[in-house]
Design a protein. Structure first.
Length: 204
């Protein structure tokens, strides 16, 4: 498991838990007294998993998806073979692909704090070719861009990325892209926008 700042994650959780719990209770009244939803919510709290925009709003309609989704999210962000820096980069690549502003607003500051190439991130945000200086960031970017945009990965790209990340790393890049694509698509389907008071990072 890659190292990450457990104290930071716990603090983020503590700051959001009360609000998220109140939102859950309000939404649950609108759905039904669903014991499965209650159980999934309590499991989410017990795991100290940071809430996304969806868990306390729409995923409660499917407690099974809520329970399984938050486990995959915890793996994708903190427990895969990738350093958290690369996981955050995958999240931002997904955010740009789907123009999911909530993902970008939440994760860009974290990626910068973890040392992801700032200039390359700005090019990424603008939809320009990004030149990452670190070999593992460049490999992650190349794999993700080719997979998302061409819906395929060439043998040459696979070989280059494997030499840097290994086969487990390739699998985990795909896992992070897949999970955060689920989140991005859900944001789009349910027309969710973050209440951050700022401008849309993808506004044209």
């Amino acid at each position: 498991m890659p190292a990450y700042n457990r104290e930071r994650v716990s603090e983020e959780f503590r700051q959001m838990a009360d609000l998220a719990d109140a939102a859950f209770r309000a939404n649950l009244r609108n759905i039904s007294a669903d014991t499965g939803a209650v159980r999934a919510h309590d499991e989410l709290l017990a795991r100290s998993c940071v809430y996304g925009y969806l868990y306390d709003r729409h995923f409660l309609h499917s407690p099974e998806l809520l329970s399984r989704g938050q486990k995959l999210g915890l793996y994708a962000r903190f427990q895969s073979s990738l350093p958290q820096r690369l996981s955050e980069l995958c999240i931002l690549i997904t955010a740009v692909h789907w123009k999911a502003e909530g993902e970008w607003v939440d994760h860009a500051p974290i990626a910068r704090d973890l040392g992801v190439d700032t200039d390359a991130l700005e090019d990424l945000r603008q939809g320009l070719p990004a030149k990452f200086r670190n070999a593992d960031e460049a490999a992650t970017y190349e794999l993700a861009q080719e997979l998302l945009n061409s819906r395929n990965v060439s043998d040459a790209t696979y070989a280059r990325v494997k030499a840097v990340l290994g086969e487990r790393g390739i699998l985990d890049v795909v896992a992070v892209l897949g999970y955060y694509s689920l989140i991005a698509m859900s944001m789009k389907a349910f027309a969710l926008r973050p209440d951050h008071g700022g401008s849309n990072p993808f506004a044209e």
